[in-house]
Design a protein around this ligand. Structure first.
Ligand SMILES: [Zn+2]
Length: 255
């Protein structure tokens, strides 16, 4: 956005973390299924002291806490319905507020790493509202970009044991004998969900949902694409470099 919002964000950041002297960071990680997003999120969170905010995890935690939201959520998921945006937003809001509070209380947390949220432009606007209410804003959005044919190869290589559920991959982690489970000896199959046609449909839906989201962040100059068709370590280093560059180059650094 404008440079004035950068300034106010800086001022608010100072006010929110007077004792820590650390940068307030909100990183959004985006990428299709098979892009390695989940793997990168689990590596980057601890490395940067970012608390991972993944809606799937939050839903499970909320249900386990048996809060009012959790009870409502459980009923929705048991019906097989999609969780409505307002409910998702309420849960995310609670999570971010507690994170800001923990930081204000001197806990060594640098911010949040969003994994799988926001998923739509409506959720992105809501996230901006939630962060704005707390005097915060999105720092950087990283898209892990993997060519379509590579994604399809990665995803369609998945094989699952019909009995014990052991998971294999024809290239990355094959069973010792093709079609036979190492663990229990039963049949190893490709699920319908993992067949190229089903994968293509899922990826098309993902594109359709996320294209406006990527445009939204790109227009704010917050989006960086990282080539995800490389090893996990190389991709991780690239993402770390992008985040560090943002922090030192954005006026957010509070050294
Ligand atoms: Zn098995």
């Amino acid at each position: 956005m404008s440079s004035s919002s950068e300034i106010s964000r800086y001022e608010r950041g100072v006010r929110f973390t007077p004792s820590l002297g650390t940068t307030v960071v909100h990183v959004i990680l985006m990428g299709a299924q098979g892009s390695g997003k989940g793997t990168q999120a689990s590596l980057l969170g601890p490395a940067l002291k970012l608390t991972k905010i993944a809606t799937g995890d939050l839903f499970r935690a909320e249900i386990a806490s048996a809060s009012n939201l959790g009870v409502e959520l459980k009923a929705i998921l048991e019906r097989g319905d999609l969780v409505p945006d307002d409910l998702t937003n309420a849960i995310v809001r609670g999570r971010i507020a507690s994170l800001v509070e923990r930081r204000a209380n001197g806990e060594d947390v640098a911010g949040a790493l969003f994994d799988g949220f926001p998923r739509t432009d409506v959720q992105a606007w809501a996230l901006d509202g939630i962060l704005g209410d707390l005097g915060e804003s999105v720092t950087v959005v990283i898209e892990i970009d993997v060519p379509r044919d590579v994604l399809i190869r990665r995803l369609s290589g998945r094989r699952v044991c019909v009995s014990c559920g052991a998971v294999y991959h024809v290239e990355a982690n094959p069973s010792r004998v093709e079609g036979v489970c190492d663990v229990c000896g039963d049949k190893v199959i490709q699920r319908d969900d993992d067949k190229p046609e089903a994968i293509k449909r899922r990826l098309a839906l993902f594109d359709q949902q996320t294209a406006p989201l990527l445009d939204y962040y790109d227009a704010q100059g917050k989006l960086t694409r990282v080539d995800g068709d490389r090893t996990v370590d190389v991709v991780r280093e690239s993402i770390l470099a992008v985040i560090k560059l943002r922090l030192t180059g954005s006026g957010l650094h509070q050294a």
